[in-house]
Design a protein around this ligand. Structure first.
Ligand SMILES: [Cu+2]
Length: 439
């Protein structure tokens, strides 16, 4: 029987990795089939989908699941119009998601194709000290050109991470990190219909440059879900009534309050696995601290729902720092006077900053090369005015059932009659609202 798993075994790692990179979405959609046909009985857990990312193929060897990571430089696109020379694994940042099951014995080869030494730490995992991947402490560093093998048994389940513990300011600042998902071997109730995983990161990719600056500590330019900024972040799809889990890991330099519209979700797990029910919390915003993982679950309700970090600067692209604040400042005449020195100068920001995005979209403003507008993304009713850590959860009645159709973007939601905000007047004096201090 040819299925995804033994197909990948047949073609080996190299071909498998290339195949996975090009057909991630269709493989993800087919995962559930594979898991049921491979072992004869349905797996009691649901495979994880990594939006904008991919899952690392493995092969079985003498009962051990073998994976192979390659640390290397990658050409990465944050969104069309903005690329950078980053570091990652197997051709991408974040690296591919490693997915396994509690009880598995795993052997993970790490080949170093970087110009400096590295190591891989398995973040949050219970393992022998010598497999913990701290260069110099638990092992010699992996020199350029060398391959090391890590081998251990997975004694837990949950949302975990991997990243270097060698020159980590540089290596993580340039994008070396990935998700490591371990499913519970006995399954979980209630069962998850769609399981998504997102890794949070920040990048000091200064306007006009193409190499992230690893020395920056706070003032980042780009904030990403799985290495993408909105509008390049893939929407998360679900069918009405499905139980959805979103796993969120954070290896950035900031804590991120992650907010979902449309539902009150439950925070149900972390690196520590799916928590006992009594520990679940009902929230609409959950801080995912640096080095933490959080799982949220909810029942999908139809609509287009914003899913984003609630730090307002984290839903912006190409942040400018230290610029003067012109809000409410009369700039009349300034344009002509500065225009003599700087042809094409536009005095903006007097009424807020939304016009920046509009002007860029209209082609009136040309930013530095390789630099995204501060905010972007067109919705069905105009500019969404956001970038960065933002995406849309799209829930529809008509999506395929059973967790399928992760790649079938249904377009924008059509609000049923009577359920959409509408204009009732364009007169500022409309109505008799009470306003503090006004007669
Ligand atoms: Cu944030």
């Amino acid at each position: 029987m040819i299925n995804r798993r033994n197909l990948l075994n047949l073609i080996g790692w190299g071909g498998g990795a290339a195949l996975a990179a090009t057909t991630t979405r269709s493989l993800a959609a087919a995962d559930r089939d594979v898991m049921t046909t491979t072992v004869g009985t349905p797996q009691p857990w649901t495979r994880t989908v990594t939006p904008n990312g991919w899952t690392l193929p493995h092969r079985m060897k003498d009962g051990v699941k073998e994976f192979h990571l390659v640390a290397e430089e990658v050409a990465h696109e944050f969104a069309p119009g903005c690329t950078a020379k980053c570091w990652g694994y197997n051709g991408s940042t974040p690296g591919p998601t490693i997915e396994a099951v509690e009880g598995d014995r795993v052997r993970i080869y790490v080949t170093n194709r970087l110009p400096e030494a590295t190591s891989v730490h398995w973040h949050g995992m219970i393992l022998p000290s010598g497999m913990d991947g701290v260069g110099g402490l638990s092992q010699p560093h992996i020199a350029p050109g060398e391959t090391y093998a890590y081998e251990f048994t997975l004694r837990q389940h949950g949302t975990h991470l991997y990243h270097p513990h060698a020159d980590e300011m540089v290596q993580m600042g340039l994008g070396m990190m990935g998700l490591f998902i371990i499913h519970p071997k006995d399954g979980e109730e209630p069962r998850i219909d769609r399981d998504y995983a997102l890794l949070l990161h920040n990048w000091a990719l200064h306007p006009g440059t193409s190499r992230p600056d690893p020395s920056v500590m706070q003032e980042f330019d780009l904030w990403t879900f799985n290495g993408k900024v909105y509008p390049a972040t893939a929407p998360l799809l679900a069918r009405t009534g499905e139980r959805v889990r979103i796993r969120i890991g954070n290896l950035s330099m900031w804590n991120h309050p992650i907010h979902l519209h449309g539902v009150v979700y439950e925070v149900t797990g972390s690196d520590g696995g799916r928590w006992p029910r009594a520990q679940w919390r009902r929230e609409v915003t959950e801080i995912v601290g640096v080095g933490q993982c959080r799982d949220i679950e909810f029942t999908a309700v139809p609509g287009d729902w914003a899913f984003h970090c609630h730090m307002s600067h984290h839903t912006m692209n190409a942040m400018g720092h230290g610029i003067p604040n012109p809000i409410g400042v009369d700039q009349s005449g300034i344009e002509d006077r500065i225009g003599d020195l700087l042809p094409g100068y536009m005095a903006m920001g007097e009424n807020g900053m939304a016009e920046h995005g509009e002007h860029v979209a209209m082609g009136m403003l040309q930013g530095p090369p390789n630099t995204l507008p501060m905010m972007g993304g067109e919705g069905p009713f105009g500019s969404v005015g956001m970038g960065g850590m933002f995406t849309v959860l799209k829930v529809r009645d008509e999506l395929p059932a059973d967790g399928r159709g992760h790649d079938q973007d249904p377009g924008w939601y059509r609000n049923p009659p009577g359920t959409q905000a509408r204009r009732v007047s364009d007169d500022p004096d409309f109505g008799q609202p009470f306003r503090h201090g006004k007669a």
